[in-house]
Write a new protein. Structure first.
Length: 277
C-alpha cells in the first residue's frame, strides 16, 4: 500500500471506532467508583496511599520535562516541533500528580474532573508524538497536537456536564483513553520507520499502563491479599508512573538512532532497533 492508502485506512479505523462508540449506550459514572479500598488517614493526609502515591507522577513528570528541555544539549531532537508533544505529555503527567492528589483527598465527581483532565493532556501528547514520528512528518505536530488536546479535554468536559445533568456519559472519555492503544499497533506496522517512538518501548508502555488499569479493577481484592499494606489503586498509580518513565527511556534511546535513515522490516510494535543505511 502507498503512504496515502495507509493514512486513509487509519482514518477509516478512526471513524469506525467513533461510530461504534456512538452506538453504545451512555455510560454513567458508577457511584461506587469513589469507594476505594484504602481509605486510611495518615499524618493528616486523607486516603493516604492513593494520595501520596501521586508523588511518583510529579517525579516522572519533572524528570521528563528536564530530559526534553535538555534536548539541544544532548541532541535528542532535530526539529523544534518534535519536542512539543513530549513537553505536553510530561506537563500532563506532572499535573496528574496535583489533580489526582486533589481528587483522592476527598473523592467525588467534581474533584474527579481535575484528575481526568490532565490525564487526557498526557494521552493526547504522546499520541500526537507517535503519529508525527511514525508518519515522518514533524510539522504535522502543529495541527495535530492542538486538535488532539481539544478532543481530549472536550471528552472530560462532556462527561462532567452530562454528569451534572444526571445522565453521565463516559463513552468519549473512554474513547480518548483506549483508542490510541488500539491504533498504535496498526500505526507501527504500517509505518515502521521511527526516530523517537521505538516499538520496543511502546510495547512496554502499553503493557505497564494496561497492567495499571487491571490493578485498578482489583483494588479491594489486592488490598485484602496484601493484608491492608497497599491497595490495587495505589499500585495502579505506581505502574502508570512507570509507563511514563519508560517514555523517558524511549526518548533517551533515540539519541543514538538519529543518524539512521532506513526503516527496519522488524520494526513493528515489538521492534528493537532500525537498520542502518
Amino acid at each position: 500500500m502507498s503512504f496515502y492508502q495507509k493514512v486513509l485506512l487509519l482514518a477509516f479505523v478512526f471513524f469506525a471506532c467513533v461510530i461504534a462508540t456512538l452506538l453504545l449506550e451512555p455510560i454513567p459514572q458508577d457511584p461506587s467508583f469513589h469507594l476505594f479500598a484504602d481509605s486510611r488517614t495518615c499524618f493528616g493526609i486523607s486516603n493516604f496511599g492513593n494520595t501520596i502515591s501521586n508523588v511518583a507522577f510529579a517525579v516522572v513528570g519533572f524528570w521528563g520535562l528536564w530530559t526534553v528541555m535538555s534536548a539541544k544539549k544532548y541532541g535528542l531532537f532535530i526539529t523544534r516541533w518534535e519536542r512539543w508533544p513530549y513537553i505536553v505529555f510530561f506537563s500532563g503527567i506532572f499535573l496528574v500528580s496535583m489533580g489526582s492528589s486533589y481528587y483522592h483527598w476527598s473523592p467525588n465527581n467534581e474533584r474527579l474532573f481535575w484528575d481526568r483532565l490532565p490525564m487526557t493532556v498526557a494521552f493526547m501528547g504522546l499520541f500526537s508524538a507517535c503519529i508525527a514520528d511514525r508518519l515522518e512528518r514533524p510539522n504535522l505536530i502543529l495541527p495535530i497536537l492542538p486538535i488532539n488536546l481539544i478532543l481530549g479535554a472536550s471528552s472530560v468536559v462532556y462527561w462532567s456536564i452530562t454528569e451534572a445533568q444526571g445522565n453521565g456519559d463516559l463513552r468519549f472519555y473512554g474513547f480518548i483513553q483506549y483508542f490510541p492503544i488500539l491504533l498504535l499497533p496498526i500505526l507501527c506496522n504500517f509505518f515502521p520507520k521511527w526516530r523517537h517512538t521505538n516499538g520496543k518501548y511502546l510495547f512496554w508502555i502499553v503493557v505497564c499502563y494496561g497492567f495499571a488499569v487491571l490493578l485498578e479493577q482489583l483494588d479491594h481484592w489486592l488490598y485484602g491479599l496484601f493484608l491492608g499494606l497497599i491497595s490495587g489503586h495505589t499500585l495502579k498509580h505506581l505502574f502508570a508512573a512507570l509507563a511514563a518513565f519508560i517514555v523517558i527511556r524511549m526518548i533517551a534511546s533515540s539519541r543514538s538512532c538519529l543518524l539512521y535513515t532506513s526503516p527496519s522490516p522488524r520494526d513493528g510494535l515489538l521492534s528493537r532497533m532500525p537498520s542502518s543505511a
